[in-house]
Design a binder for this molecule. Structure first.
Ligand SMILES: C[S@@+](CC[C@H](N)C(=O)[O-])C[C@H]1O[C@@H](n2cnc3c(N)ncnc32)[C@H](O)[C@@H]1O
Length: 204
């Protein structure tokens, strides 16, 4: 089964509370975001956003240029269905992040639990090179992955774990001003998953 087929099946067969990564409100991501007090028209992208409620939280705050990219068309459709009329205020992209040619640059790039599915050095380097090209000078990236104390798989797929140190090393070429925290996500099944979240700023 291809990566896309895997994710289409997940979003076709499981409701949101049947998926370990579900969050009613993306607290950590929004804390990293709101601290920056970015202008309401900044270009924001949620990479591997699935049907996360991150986009809802951004629209609630009045952000007007929000993009959601995901490999699963089913995930994007679920997010659109949930948002109803508000979905037309969002730029939706179905595709593999590694094939993405951004039509603009972003002031804020968010990725919770998508980057960690890239396990080969080539994939990881390609993602970071894309982020360097796509994030405006002084723009921000927030990445949340399973930590070294977290699970080794997500949705049945192998993932790559990170520590604050290892993720900083990966992004050091194009980014600085790091802020990293480790935190615990409680799944809908009342199990826990250890994450590391880092925010970096694109070098000027
Ligand atoms: C564990 S889920 C997290 C979803 C969302 N970020 C959240 O926090 O609720 C991982 C997401 O990454 C997407 N994904 C996985 N590999 C991808 C890729 N190569 N390109 C784009 N999206 C991808 C999946 O379809 C899925 O929606």
């Amino acid at each position: 089964m291809s990566t896309q087929e895997h994710w289409e099946k997940v979003y076709t067969t499981k409701q949101e509370r049947e998926r370990s990564w579900f969050q009613e409100y993306p607290t950590t991501s929004m804390e990293f975001f709101t601290e920056l007090a970015l202008p309401k028209d900044v270009n924001i992208i949620d990479v591997g956003g699935g049907d996360s409620h991150f986009v809802d939280a951004l629209l609630d705050l009045g952000y007007t240029n929000v993009w959601v990219l995901d490999i699963s068309s089913q995930a994007i459709q679920r997010a659109k269905d949930r948002l109803g009329d508000r979905a037309s205020n969002v730029h939706w992209i179905v595709g593999d992040v590694l094939d993405f040619s951004p039509p603009t640059t972003f002031g804020f790039w968010h990725d919770r639990a998508a980057f960690h599915f890239l396990t080969s050095p080539e994939q990881i380097d390609a993602y970071i090179a894309l982020a360097e090209r796509s994030i405006a000078p002084n723009g921000y990236i927030v990445i949340g992955t399973f930590s070294e104390h977290g699970p080794t798989k997500c949705s049945g797929l192998e993932i790559k774990q990170y520590s604050a140190t290892s993720i900083k090393e990966r992004f050091a070429h194009g980014f600085d001003r790091y802020t990293c925290i480790e935190n615990v996500h409680t799944t809908p099944f009342e199990t826990t998953q250890n994450f590391v979240f880092c925010r970096f700023q694109r070098k000027a």
